[in-house]
Design a protein around this ligand. Structure first.
Ligand SMILES: Cc1cc2nc3c(=O)[nH]c(=O)nc-3n(C[C@H](O)[C@H](O)[C@H](O)COP(=O)(O)OP(=O)(O)OC[C@H]3O[C@@H](n4cnc5c(N)ncnc54)[C@H](O)[C@@H]3O)c2cc1C
Length: 325
């Protein structure tokens, strides 16, 4: 069987952007786009913050990205990768031999697990304030969660909403003291402690939350609810293959450089790691690159995922030039 020059795992914004660049470079990338393909953008309706697109459905944006990559020679397979060995020189992905690999399997927002959550997704239920906050100008919204990211979401929402409730199931936040101070002092934010969401009410879109509180069941009138209980990168498959952090995000050279700077007197064994600073998106394994939300636990946007996807493609191209026999 022929050896691919590059295999991309993931058919979301990151994987498809990498595919476009590699296809235009004549490398005919093979993309395992997953089943179902498309990634997180398929879960949303209007996307209004992808540069060049005033307003586009998430699914339509993905369709266009796919079409564009295929036009230049990318090959799509809408299947999940179940087996891979990407250590060393002889790499295989689902039985396909390849010289290099890009990991772009993204992440999943964690949801509460209520039936109604799915029904109202894109109709008032969201997991991203930066993405969807704009749709709630002068409206009341609730954020569910109590960690740093929940508080960050709440502060982002104060730029749009008239009122922001934080629904937290404990009597104190897990978040850092500085974040807590900012939230607790904010005039638009009200915290509802020791409360759990039992149900989401509404006809066609969210109209309120049913909460279980210490004083019994209570209805909170809101137009939107942002679930902020964390994200999980889809990287289980890679844990014996490349270095991951405690939460499962793939560590690339760029992050490693930052960590090194932080620990100015880094021990020798840390400095001797195989990361190459020339290839910002390279993982701990030579010839394996990573991009998008499986790496990024901070920005988590379609355009940033596309951006790192492009970086990973350019790194791969350069790496192939240097390493091809
Ligand atoms: C509800 C919602 C609304 C959002 N709205 C916006 C918005 O308005 N604007 C914005 O900029 N961002 C938005 N985002 C964030 C944005 O969708 C993500 O940042 C972006 O999709 C990340 O792209 P990605 O390619 O890294 O990962 P993903 O989109 O998660 O794609 C990962 C891909 O990998 C595939 N995959 C996973 N495992 C395997 C495997 N084993 N084998 C093969 N394939 C696999 C998946 O099927 C998928 O195709 C939103 C996110 C959500 C959840």
């Amino acid at each position: 069987m022929d050896t691919q020059k590059v295999v991309i795992i993931g058919g979301g914004a990151a994987g498809l952007s990498a595919a476009l660049y590699l296809a235009r470079a004549g490398l005919a990338p093979l993309v395992f786009a997953g089943s179902p393909p498309g990634g997180q953008l398929m879960l949303t309706s209007d996307v209004e913050n992808f540069p060049g697109q005033e307003s586009i459905l998430g699914g339509q944006l993905i369709t266009q990205m796919r079409k564009q990559a295929i036009k230049f020679g990318a090959v799509m397979r809408d299947e999940n990768v179940l087996t891979l060995d990407i250590k060393g020189k002889n790499k295989t992905v689902n039985g396909v031999k390849t010289q290099s690999v890009i990991l772009a399997t993204g992440a999943r927002a964690l949801w509460l697990g209520l039936d109604c959550e799915k029904r109202f997704r894109g109709k008032g239920v969201s997991a991203c304030a930066t993405c969807d906050g704009f749709f709630f100008r002068n409206k009341a919204v609730a954020v569910v969660g109590g960690g740093d990211s929940a508080l960050e979401e709440a502060l982002t929402l104060t730029k749009f909403a008239s009122k922001v409730y934080i629904v937290h199931r404990r009597a104190e936040f897990k978040a850092s003291k500085i974040m807590q101070k900012r939230v607790l002092e904010h005039e638009k934010i009200e915290v509802i402690w020791n409360a759990e969401v039992k149900d989401i009410k509404g006809e066609k879109k969210v109209e309120g939350l049913v909460l279980k509180t210490e004083e019994g069941e209570k209805t909170l009138a809101v137009d939107g609810v942002f679930i902020a209980i964390g994200h999980k990168p889809d990287t289980e498959l890679f844990k014996e293959q490349v270095e991951l952090d405690k939460k499962g995000y793939i560590i690339t050279s760029a992050r490693y450089g930052i960590e090194l700077l932080k620990a100015q007197n880094a021990p020798l064994e840390v400095q001797e790691k195989t990361y190459d600073p020339l290839f910002q998106t390279m993982t701990s394994e030579s010839g394996v690159f990573a991009a998008g939300d499986c790496v990024d636990f901070i920005y988590k946007q379609a355009s940033t995922a596309a951006g790192t996807g492009v970086q990973s493609a350019l790194d791969t191209e350069k790496w192939l030039e240097k390493n091809e026999a």
